[in-house]
Design a protein around this ligand. Sequence first.
Ligand code: KIV
Ligand code: ZN
Length: 576
Amino acid sequence: MNTTFKTMDPSKKYRPYPQIDLPNRQWPDNVLVKPPIWLSTDLRDGNQSLIDPMDIDKKLKMFDLLVQLGYKEIEVGFPSASQIEFDFVRRLIEENRIPEDVSIQALTQARTDLINRTVESLVGAKNAIVHVYNATSPLFREVVYNKSKAETIEIAVNGIKDIKAALAALPADVRAQTNWRLEYSPETFSMTELDFAKEICEAVMQEWGATPENQVILNLPTTIEVATPNVFADQVEWMHRHLDNRESAIISVHPHNDRGTGTACAELAILAGADRVEGCLFGNGERTGNVCLVNLAVNLWSQGIHPGVDYSNINEVIRIAEECTQLPVGARHPWAGELVFTAFSGSHQDAIKKGLTRQKDREQSANGETIMWEVPYLPIDPADLGRSYEAVIRVNAQSGKGGMAYLLERDYGLTLPRILQVDVARAVQVLADETGKELNSEQIHQVFVDEFVERATPIQYIDHTISHHTGVETLRAQIEIKGESTVIEGTGNGPLSAFVHALNQKLGTKFSVAHYSEHDIHSDQTGEDAQAACYVQVAHADFAPAYGVGIHENIVTASLLAVVSAMNRSGVLIDR
Ligand code: KIV
Ligand code: ZN
């Protein structure tokens, strides 16, 4: 067995990335106030990283989704890398699939033949970005390319010259159909000496003739995440503060997620001066993925900042993304996973239930005005993303009374008294422990009905009549006791007390009503005609207090059914 992790000192194999010398850094005091310019690279970095890259139909589906979500800059591929990529870009252009306000971007290495092919693929698009890159960090310069700094700059600058030449070679009217822009990425920026990154970016800007009206997109990737996000923020702020002609550049970032901090890197980079972020839906992308565009957008939303993209139907976005990439979105994926708005634990459920009720009450008194969202454990309203409240509370063996009470109320219109909730939770727990599985609201309702509502032995209610006499009610009821029909009669100040009196007389007991409550059940909740639910707790010196529930369209009948159910549950007549 490999014992490296147990026995080796990792400092002998790995070193921390050095801190950046950035006196008076500004980003820690900055706040997010607006969304960045977004670029989706789902069809490029995202596609390059799939086990089975998307076919044209899937690419079209993904492109349409990105457009529908509101992305205005979309990297559509690496057209010089394969015929499929080239054909896809041509199809988008020739079939007029690209909205007027959307720019398509194509990636190329800084090589003449590849650049020519890339420009050829983009001809006829209204807005096109040629994205050229070369690796700049010492490790890549020395180990992969064996190039000096000067040679590395030459590769980048020659790439820009090639793009200019390829554009110049187009017939003037063809060239003029397109608003041509340039993006340059010093690949492996996060591992590159900052003064060298600045030098190469400035050389590119100069060669392109960047101006505030003709800005170059300088994309600073964490091709490989090698440091904590504060280090990346320092690197971006350093570039933002030191770059000559800063106003002639759009600073973009392209965080990967090797350390699981892609989102933090992107957010801190914006604080540090970045204008633009490249990423993929649900964090798809090379190795551990690109920063997740959904995560970033909904993070902004949760801070009250409109991200400028639309995630109001997150389930549909997941469905299409999963279909196109053949990769599942994890159940705990921020904002999107199946379980991220779900509480199983009792204390969470209780807090959410109270929070949702209070939120509803506040909404009602606000007369249609939007009010601030304040619900424990739910940082945003799942409904904003098109999620229903169905999944918010789910019950398993870890849950308490709050969750099952919430489900009975939401799905069956039953508002259980607090003490009864404890009893019902106990009964539900038995089933949860037995099955070891999640229980749905139908199963919980069945336990509730079997245990508390339909308890018709040994006593069964059949019918009743009531008569009034000078403030006293007399109730005659037909019941069965252990299958034998009998008529009982009692008096009281209401039907309930008269019925209890009648039963006590018949059974020779001294039951009293310790708790009574009732409410209407609305027909839209049950799908039946309006009914009433009555909750009765009976007390007796010789028996444990017991709850029973009666449900009937007649409120008096419901209360008598509840008494019978409560007495049956108390154990009366069981040992007699
Ligand atoms: O991660 C990276 O550095 C890239 C570049 C090509 C921008 O994908
Ligand atoms: Zn990348």
